[in-house]
Design a protein around this ligand. Structure first.
Ligand code: KE4
Length: 426
């Protein structure tokens, strides 16, 4: 990894931690992150020419794999007409119409440029529509880095050990209340203590920023019931689960209706795209048709839309992909459990749809507190053992393993063999 080590030293002089997003810096696992030069299918290559089977997939967007030909062709075609106009384009309508067709319970969409922007906007809409100010989120869930969401945040904030960021003022985050995932009593207590003040609950339908913690039976349904009872809105943050759990995302997968849904990652096909969506009644409150302001220079960028449309069209036409991804995720999770038993490793593997996460503990992991039981030193050894064997997973216990369409059975088998070899050495 000589070339990556050399450029990482340069990078650290001009980029905080040498990266443009903290979790990429390997701070939780140590060592030098490989600088990636190329991706094709489920494989990526670093500056030293080392090949990896990629189970990060740019943190979820590349569900069809890297350099997927129809997506590249769509981008190439779009870019030849220009990169951006700051004016309406037909392809934005095509993407919005397809999102509305694929996702239950939404009638209108607004494109933005990231999941963070989608969530930030959705919170403003919820507050604007209800006239209320407080928001309930869950400890360990991550909804991007807008101030109000950097309270008890997961993902990189958790990896850094700073779930509440410096620079976030009481004014910005004082209306954010935190409950415990899979604990409806903790949510009820907040409604009891803040009657008629709660605008919305925002939840990751599968908590995929504290590792992977699926909703227990009745949890999402309970949130829906409380929002109905107290006239608050239910926001599903589907930046990860959207178009990954099912064609219609978590609403389809769990049969629970959200009032506002946020998207990112997959809808951009690898390009910077986010979106939020809801009923016409809610969305017409958004500027320019309503008093809730939100804007963006590159929102709906035609080249990014081309990438997203190409990827979404393929997912729309191949709903069988979802059972295939789930089958592979189940197989990998079970293989991990079998290897752990064979090598006497304390391990719990959570899996939901195409998402999975191993925790180095024998105890069940159903809450944020449970995730802290994982032996982080063992995770670190596991991570580096896998990387050395050409398996690229997220450099943090508090992230997911992303199974994509591009992973063939042989790729899953190769990863499971690496797991077995790594566990033998732990
Ligand atoms: P972005 O602003 O990073 O596009 O999306 C923020 C976001 C919102 N909601 C959920 C549920 C998310 O998972 C994310 C971002 N996910 C992380 C990975 N766990 C992004 C990786 C990173 O921060 O580099």
């Amino acid at each position: 990894m000589r070339a990556s080590e050399a450029i990482f030293e340069r990078a650290k002089r001009v980029l905080p931690g040498g990266v443009n997003s903290p979790v990429r810096a390997f701070r939780a696992v140590g060592g030098t992150p490989p600088f990636i030069t190329k991706g094709k299918g489920c494989r990526i290559w670093d500056l030293d020419g080392k090949e990896y089977i990629d189970f990060v997939g740019s943190w979820g967007p590349l569900i069809l794999g890297h350099s997927y030909a129809p997506v590249l062709q769509a981008v190439e075609k779009a870019m030849r007409n220009g990169l951006s106009f700051g004016a309406p384009t037909a392809i934005e309508v095509d993407v919005a119409e397809l999102l509305v067709a694929m996702v239950p319970n939404i009638e209108m969409v607004r494109m933005v440029n990231s999941g963070t922007e989608a969530v930030m906007s959705a919170l403003r809409v919820a507050r604007g529509v209800t006239g209320r100010e407080k928001i309930i989120k869950f400890e360990g869930c991550y909804h991007g880095h807008s101030d109000a969401m950097l309270v008890g945040a997961g993902s990189g904030a958790l990896t850094q050990g700073e779930p509440d960021s410096k620079g976030v003022t009481q004014g910005a985050a004082g209306d954010t209340l935190t409950a415990q995932y899979n604990d409806l009593h903790s949510v009820q207590a907040l409604f009891d203590a803040n009657p008629d003040e709660i605008a919305a609950i925002i939840v990751e339908p599968v908590a995929a920023n504290m590792g992977v913690v699926p909703p227990q039976k009745g949890f999402l349904e309970g949130l829906r019931a409380m929002c109905d009872k107290y006239h608050a809105l239910l926001i599903f943050d589907e930046v990860i689960t959207g178009f990954r759990l099912a064609r219609g995302g978590a609403q389809e997968y769990f049969h629970v209706r959200a009032d506002i849904v946020t998207f990112g990652k997959i809808i951009g096909g690898g390009m910077p795209v986010g979106a939020y969506a809801a009923s016409r009644e809610i969305m017409r409150q958004v500027a320019p048709t309503g008093p809730i302001y939100q804007a963006g220079t590159l929102s709906g960028n035609p080249v990014a839309m081309a990438a997203g449309l190409a990827q979404l069209q393929i997912l729309d036409q191949n709903s069988g992909y979802y059972t295939d991804m789930e089958r592979k995720a189940q197989a990998m999770a079970q293989a991990m459990r079998n290897s752990a038993e064979k090598h006497h490793i304390k391990l719990t593997v959570n899996q939901c749809g195409a998402l999975l996460c191993p925790y180095f503990t024998d105890d069940p992991v159903n809450t944020f507190t449970d995730t802290k039981k994982s032996d982080l030193e063992q995770f670190k050894q596991y991570f580096h053992g896998m990387l050395a064997r050409g398996i690229y997973i997220a450099p943090s216990q508090f992230e997911a393993v992303f199974i994509n369409i591009s992973h063939k059975d042989a790729d899953i088998a190769a990863a499971c063999s690496a797991v077995d070899a790594v566990f033998a050495d732990l």
